[in-house]
Design a protein around this ligand. Sequence first.
Ligand code: ZN
Length: 252
Amino acid sequence: MTSTLPVSTNGNGSASQNAKLSALQSRVSDRIRARLRERDVSFLANDNVADHLLPGELDALQVEVADRVRDLLHSLVIDIENDHNTAETAERVAKMYLHEVFKGRYHQQPKVASFPNVKRLDEIYTVGPITVRSACSHHLVPIMGNCWIGIKPGERVIGLSKFTRVADWVFSRPHIQEEAVMILADEIERLCEPQGLGIIIKAQHYCMKWRGVKEPQTSMVNSVVRGDFRHDPSLKQEFFELVRQQEALLST
Ligand SMILES: [Zn+2]
């Protein structure tokens, strides 16, 4: 099955050029890209574009991506006609990208209800470890690790499990770790407007474990602190100490 429509010529230029142009324009990814450009919306690897997809387009995109993955397998000289193991790999990979590992690009943010902070809670708390499952933008191979979120509540609060859902949605895109932590911080600030926010990510990058320098133990740790966590060194210290304690629990 292919996602491209029949080709027609309009009398301008050569028939083969027109055929190519027409085939390109008929791809759903081209229609989505044209819309995003027209609306001046960024569509980098770690951006979400769900607001700009029309009904049915995600299904059509899955067919198109499967076509391109099939092309990739052909270019890798894999005999998908005769190899029962890879016969349906293109369809599996397309589904995995659009609905699982990169779902944070194509699907809406999970619904998160926030509530007024009626008791005026202002003690800090941390949530973690939250599993990081992502992929590096450079090689599209996994980034796996843990994340901790520290909050000094502000006007609104959200349920603990919601941090996990939002983090999973943000991580499920191609990323570099330095930007992932900032994007997650932006989303959490938008959802609950905390007085202070801290996030730590500790992750292993398969582009270092599996290929390249092949260092299986190397991990990357990075953090972001905002609001009171940034201005008050003792609060920042308390956040890092709480995370240390939570980490210690992991090894008991
Ligand atoms: Zn990489």
